[in-house]
Design a protein around this ligand. Structure first.
Ligand code: AMP
Length: 222
């Protein structure tokens, strides 16, 4: 089975991708993780990607597509794929379709984890960290005992620029634009499944698994 997970930041895409890949015996590929690893190793690819990642921009298609196609051509990808963070542009989606068709396969389903904007804002702007020891808190899931004060060391809690409302809103808007283009692209292929991404993570996993029940892995139809 070859699957793609779509979802805005904060929708829980990365977490669910890992769980589903394990459940279904698929190779989990996150292009974000691949770029971060390459950057940490200081490879040419990593250096190039880092420039774009630091600017909050997409890494150009020619770099991203090449890296992904090389990865899915490796033997361990034959078991099936769980793509997380790829594709992010229509040319990436088209290149993927073409490469899979060349292997006699195809994307079987695209699962779009949907969460209302207000909830995403709450999830993404709730993170605070201690300016002294670095401990992380979340207003919803892990609040400190005293607001603004670290439980561990009594340090002051601060919010990273990335987690401030205006920055988060801008990130959601940019991501929504390409996510919806891709949802439309795969919707036209009849492969899109919209999944309710609210509630407990285990419930979301169950919804994803039930959506997959009707999907059969297969080679490309003629
Ligand atoms: P992520 O962890 O998926 O949010 O990815 C982190 C960063 O890696 C993104 O902000 C982009 O700069 C880059 N990136 C990851 N996947 C892609 C992709 N498919 N196309 C372009 N850039 C990507």
């Amino acid at each position: 089975m070859r699957l793609i997970l779509l979802g805005l930041p904060g929708a829980g895409k990365g977490t669910q991708a890992k769980i589903l890949a394990k459940e279904q015996g698929l190779l989990h590929i996150s292009t974000g993780d691949m770029f971060r690893e390459a950057a940490a190793e200081g490879t040419e690819l990593g250096k190039k990607a880092q420039e774009f990642m630091s600017a909050g921009a997409l890494v150009p298609d020619e770099v991203t597509i090449g890296m992904l196609l090389e990865r899915i051509a490796k033997p361990d990808a034959a078991a099936g794929l769980m793509l997380d963070g790829f594709p992010r542009t229509i040319p990436q989606a088209e290149a993927l379709d073409q490469a899979l068709a060349g292997q006699g396969s195809q994307i079987d389903a695209v699962l779009y984890i949907m969460v209302p904007e207000a909830e995403l804002m709450e999830r993404l702007t709730g993170r605070w960290s201690c300016s002294q020891c670095g401990a992380i808190y979340h207003t919803q899931t892990k609040p400190p005992k005293t607001s603004g004060v670290c439980d561990e060391c009594g340090g002051t809690l601060t919010q990273r620029a990335d987690d401030q409302p205006e920055t988060v809103k801008a990130r959601l808007d940019t991501n929504r634009a390409w996510t919806e283009q891709l949802a439309d692209f795969y919707g036209k292929q009849g492969k899109l499944h919209e999944i309710d991404g609210t509630g407990e993570p285990s419930d979301i996993t169950q919804r994803l698994l039930s959506a997959l029940q009707g999907v059969s892995a297969g080679s490309e139809k003629a």
